[in-house]
Design a protein around this ligand. Structure first.
Ligand code: ZN
Length: 418
């Protein structure tokens, strides 16, 4: 799989600008824009079926009529309008059910009905996805359906944009599909605080695939292959890599994954003294949700930030004692409580790196002895740190690391990414 992509980069060639990719490039960035648009030979997995010709011409082989599913209309009703008998329409709907969810065919879906010379329907093409059709055919055994893949071309393109007001606006202005921009933001949110750090003049470079059909029509945004954000004199980068065992993720040059997991244990050498879940509160006496995990460790043990983030609270709380709360990427927060003291420099608004010391274990607030109370919140709700589901941060090794290096070299030279 990897070598396929790698070869694809080497075997690129130019296609005419008539494909419309020019419109992606904001004219204000003209000189800086990278307009080389290679076609990769990465083809659909199954034999190709070309587009259905739409024609109302009588050409001796029947004609194709176009029907669009109206709101509230059934597929059977549409087919009957296209010349099916009620019995045939019912049979066709059953056949289609093996390919499409017939209860959820959205209004607006297009049906191309091929009729024979006598005006009797013999074939129907229905768009299922941008790269596949469902095809109904009249056979000896009645109406039968199968799925056909459309010939699609992933075409990588580089777009460089400057932030004028917001990343959202930068995407709109430079024609970057919003889904691609959102993916880049999601990746960089491990390094960049988007609420605080993004300023006018920041630059973003995205290399992504546009999925085109054989006539150059844009069908969908494909994979994001590379993303770079220049913010605060800092450059953050993410390279897509599919590992030899098939896992797709994004990496820095070094082979470290861009996604950084939160630490499940923010203190070294700790023993869990109280887990996450319902328990009888040791001081208050009643049963309540224990919103975090308690790690029994001696007073003064340093407590580490579980991930890159920003301090949102650092101070006294009647129950938590001296406590620190951090905000992380993707709506995660972590909270550390009962410190004997907060680490120097830790105050609201300050950025922290993963592993940075935020405080020292104590027994302040409502506590029966020295321990670190560690909470993870997702969208403000406590979750069990021991069962965090997001992918762990990891580093590529061996062949995967070497392949990543080759892929980066190829992309850099192909798309002038330095
Ligand atoms: Zn606790």
């Amino acid at each position: 799989m990897i070598m396929k992509r790698f070869n694809a980069l080497v075997l690129t060639f130019l296609i005419p600008l008539a494909l419309g990719a020019t419109s992606l490039i904001p004219s204000s960035l003209g000189g800086d824009s990278n307009l080389r648009i290679p076609i990769t030979p990465r083809m659909p997995r199954t034999p190709l079926v070309s587009q259905v010709p739409v024609s109302n011409e009588e050409d001796g082989e029947g004609r194709v009529i176009r029907r669009v599913l109206r709101f509230g209309q059934s597929v059977a009703g549409l087919l009957e309008g296209g010349g099916f008998s009620p019995g045939e329409a019912a049979e066709a709907v059953v056949a289609l059910g093996g390919i499409m969810d017939m209860r959820r065919v959205p209004a607006g879906r297009e049906f191309l009905i091929t009729q024979d010379e006598a005006g009797k329907p013999v074939m129907v093409h229905i768009s299922v996805r941008y790269d596949s059709n469902a095809v109904l055919r009249l056979t000896q055994e009645g109406w039968q359906a199968e799925e056909e893949n459309i010939d699609v071309y992933p075409v990588p393109i580089v777009v460089r944009a400057e932030v004028v007001s917001s990343l959202y606006q930068a995407a709109v202005d430079s024609g970057i599909p919003l889904s691609v921009m959102m993916q880049a933001i999601d990746l960089f949110s491990f390094e960049v605080d988007f609420q605080r750090d993004i300023q006018p003049g920041n630059r973003i470079v995205l290399l992504y695939e546009r999925i085109l059909d054989a006539s150059g029509e844009f069908l969908a945004a494909g994979d994001l292959l590379y993303a770079r954000l220049e913010v605060n004199q800092q450059r953050v980068e993410a390279w897509r890599h599919e590992s030899l065992d098939g896992l797709v993720d994004y990496y820095e040059d070094s082979g470290d994954s861009v996604r950084k997991a939160l630490l499940k244990t923010p203190v070294d050498g700790a023993r869990i003294s109280s887990g996450f879940g319902m328990r009888r509160h040791p001081i208050l006496g009643y049963t309540a949700l224990h919103r975090g995990i308690d790690f029994a460790v001696p007073t003064g043990t340093p407590v580490k930030a579980a991930g890159v983030g920003t301090v949102v609270q650092a101070g006294w709380h009647d129950q938590y004692g001296w406590r620190v709360k951090l905000r992380h990427a993707n709506h995660y927060e972590t909270l550390y409580a009962h410190f004997t003291r907060i680490a120097p420099g830790i105050r609201p608004g300050v950025p922290v790196t993963q592993g940075q010391i935020v405080g020292y274990v104590g027994s302040t607030g409502m506590s029966t002895g020295p321990h670190c109370h560690y909470e993870v919140r997702y969208y403000g709700r406590p979750v069990n740190p021991a069962s965090l589901k997001f992918p762990p941060g990891h580093q590529l090794e061996g062949d995967d690391e070497r392949l990543l290096t080759l892929e980066i070299q190829a992309l850099k030279s192909e798309f002038d990414l330095d």
